[in-house]
Ligand binder design. Structure first.
Ligand code: CTP
Ligand code: ZN
Length: 153
């Protein structure tokens, strides 16, 4: 049921997933790493909404869609504070935090141009170094890719 007296900036949805608490500056990155720009379902979003935690936040609402672990890992890389809310019949039935795993396979690109993953058909593999300011240590060349240089594939 919709909460009484609470004005939503983006309309409530009946069924689907709400990705909330995205730092506003990363909204379009999240849309693109999840492939939502190529998605046919109904998607609504809002950005530069006031947030106590983040200052300005963004929110994405996707109808009739649930996300897989790989998506949660992708989201965690660029929006570590994001929360996913699963909505069934207007109710929030589950909440997940975007969680960084200890290891990331694929998803990101190694910063080192000489790395084997940038020169041969080898999937990237990283150790996740820090939760707060995320950095990825390459399994193959040991170079560290920080947030600023992170390119999501
Ligand atoms: N929401 C929605 N459609 C619904 C139900 C909820 O779009 N039918 C959205 C709400 O607008 C909110 C998010 O899903 O952005 C999570 O809902 P809820 O848990 O009720 O809100 P909060 O308690 O404010 O969330 P949080 O704990 O993440 O602060
Ligand atoms: Zn490397």
């Amino acid at each position: 049921m919709k909460k009484e007296g609470k004005q939503l900036s983006v309309s409530a949805i009946k069924n689907g997933t709400v990705i909330d608490h995205i730092p506003a500056k990363n909204l379009f990155k999240v849309i693109s790493i999840l492939g939502l720009d190529k998605f046919d379902n109904q998607i609504t979003f809002g950005t530069n909404l006031d947030s106590k935690k983040l200052g300005k936040k963004a929110i994405i609402k996707v109808t009739e869609k649930s996300f897989i672990d790989d998506d949660l890992n992708r989201i965690a890389l660029i929006a570590p504070e994001a929360k996913l809310n699963i909505i069934k019949d207007y109710e929030v039935v589950e909440k997940y935090s975007a969680k960084l795993p200890e290891e990331i396979i694929g998803i990101a690109k190694c910063v080192n141009p000489k790395c084997i993953t940038n020169n041969e058909n080898v999937t990237t593999r990283f150790l996740v170094l820090s939760d707060n300011n995320i950095a990825l240590k390459c399994h193959y060349c040991e170079k560290i890719t920080d947030q600023e240089h992170m390119e999501i594939q």
